[in-house]
Design a protein around this ligand. Sequence first.
Ligand SMILES: *Cc1c(COP(=O)(O)O)cnc(C)c1O
Length: 408
Amino acid sequence: MSDWHSFAIDLECTRCGARAELEAPQNLCACGAPLSTRYDLALAARRVSPAMLAARPPGLWRYREFLPVREERHVTNLGEGGTPLLDLPRLGARLQTGRGTAPRLLLKDESFNPTQSFKARGMAVAVSRARALGLEHLAVPSAGNAGSALAAYAARAGLRATVFMPRDTDRSFVDECVMLGARVELVDGLIDDCGRRVAAGKSTEGWFDVSTLKEPYRLEGKKTLGYELAEQLDWQLPDVIVYPTGGGTGLIGMWKAFAELIELGWIVPPLPRLVSVQASGCAPIVRAFHAGAEHADAWQDAHTFALGLRVPVAVADFLMLRALRASGGTAVAVSDAEIAAAGSDLATSEGIFPAPEGAATWAAVQKLEASEFLHGAQSIVLFNTGGWTKYGEGWRRALHPTAREAHP
Ligand SMILES: *Cc1c(COP(=O)(O)O)cnc(C)c1O
């Protein structure tokens, strides 16, 4: 017998507090801000326990009570979540954080997800919800991995997918979407230009917009990063979390997860300090954080081979900045050369060749090492948000900027 149950109640605007119902398709609130799913956590705390979760198979759906999918038949599953949390003993031993003993350094490796990125978590839930709501055609702007994930989950669910990507995206991302049956349109511009194309086609093409945070349920899927991290660490969160930030769902999702886990009584403060990592060629959140601003101005001429970080403007900028400040965290920009060096380091010292975005987190820790920020930190978790293979051209150019070929 199925024990499927969701404690989702409704949606609430993250800015004006207006409510919206789960039974109809939702994008942004009328005031222009993202909507966030609410749960009856008081009741959930009486009905669900960590021991119950422990008896379930690993993966995203073990947190079903805290996800918005109410009927099991709508679940679109490709094996998402349940990714390894790996110790980085050699890199950790090199860190001096002023304690005498080196901190414990860990890496959550999201490249184990379907289509090799943590975008699978968000799309698994968004597509399952789309199915529950009877939507048939989904469209998304993508820097690469969101398109691949949507293509895969839409195929799995029997829905149509259209993906808009910048024309200069690594070819592997485009091929993957096409092979998974999505229609791909290449756009002269960046992800914000792609987003405008999705918005413009809503009425003429009849598709539903599943852009990051303009659609509320990708956030719920990504929130499971926080649940899973807490569970893997036996409900003892680390001192510092270092996350590569583009549109911000990972960071905002984890912060939401921690708030829910406190309400459930499964964790206790202090919460981890969040570090947002961006590329110095596109660092709107880093700039706004250090300027003390509540919103981030659009970044001009965004460029980096860490394609998931090439997001010049984000609808949820204020939520990222709020989470960083509320956690006592910070924001760091790293150059493409620093990302490349950090990637080699992870690969040769620990056997983990990451996505450029994942490499950026190790580059950021090295930058923070000398500062007060890491002083006394005993546990630090990095996130490798994706696999390296689709960035083959980007990695080759970054690691061998002058060589035509690395090997004969
Ligand atoms: C999308 C993406 C990011 C950025 O994540 P957000 O949660 O949107 O900030 C980072 N890394 C990779 C590999 C991505 O695909």
